[in-house]
Design a binder for this molecule. Structure first.
Ligand code: FES
Ligand code: FES
Length: 159
């Protein structure tokens, strides 16, 4: 079995691990590093539940191999906030009932973190367009749109 040693900075901590070259980044994060906030739904790039940031860009961790993250910086949902100090997006999701069952929420949050960095004042149509990349079985996207709009305002005001 082909294995390689990789070094990845995840949420600010440097990890060096030997991995099989076929190991996905999602499995590396969840199983090797124990960061189970990154969820796996479809495992073939459709649902967006596994979205993390790779060098600041939102990517689907089920479609990448861990070896492709060698030397890179990864941010998972665990990097956003703590129960005592939620990220403005997490606060807004809580306040607008955007969490629902929470399964797809980590991927949505990470997609929206990247989106709001590039688009600090999005309109609802823009939010919905980006949100279309994240499938949610709870439906109820309106609360999520409200949360993202509110989070954008909180981030603009430096909340
Ligand atoms: S689990 Fe990666 S896109 Fe669905
Ligand atoms: S919040 Fe339940 S599947 Fe999206």
């Amino acid at each position: 079995m082909d294995r390689r040693t990789i070094t990845v900075t995840v949420n600010g901590a440097i990890h060096t691990r030997e991995v099989e070259v076929r190991r996905t980044l999602a499995d590396f994060l969840r199983e090797d590093l124990g960061l189970t906030g990154t969820h796996l739904g479809c495992e073939h790039g459709v649902c967006g539940a596994c979205t993390v940031l790779l060098d600041g860009r939102a990517v689907r961790s089920c479609l990448l191999f861990a070896v492709q993250a060698d030397g890179a910086e990864v941010a998972t949902v665990e990097s956003l906030g703590t129960p005592e100090h939620l990220h403005p997006l997490q606060e807004a999701f809580r306040d607008h009932h955007g969490l629902q069952c929470g399964f797809c929420t980590p991927g949505i949050l990470m997609s929206m973190v990247a989106f709001l960095r590039e688009t600090p004042a999005p309109g609802d149509a823009e939010i919905r367009e980006v949100l279309a990349g994240n499938l949610c079985r709870c439906t109820g996207y309106q609360g999520i749109v409200d949360a993202v709009r509110d989070a954008a305002a909180r981030l603009r005001s430096g909340a």
